[in-house]
Design a protein. Structure first.
Length: 52
């Protein structure tokens, strides 16, 4: 009998993404992250305004 994997695929994806973000955080300068936060907020605002 085969054992099922204890972690679903989505949890594995989240862990991989989190690992990439942590490594990127250590390598990239802090100004890049503020730029990324700003772009994310603009995109979220545009998406939110289109839904309403």
């Amino acid at each position: 009998m085969r054992c099922k994997r204890p972690l679903p695929k989505q949890v594995g994806r989240v862990l991989v993404i989190a690992g990439v973000l942590i490594v990127s955080y250590l390598v990239l300068p802090s100004g890049f992250w503020w730029f990324l936060v700003g772009v994310g907020m603009i995109v979220a605002g545009v998406c939110w305004s289109k839904k309403c």
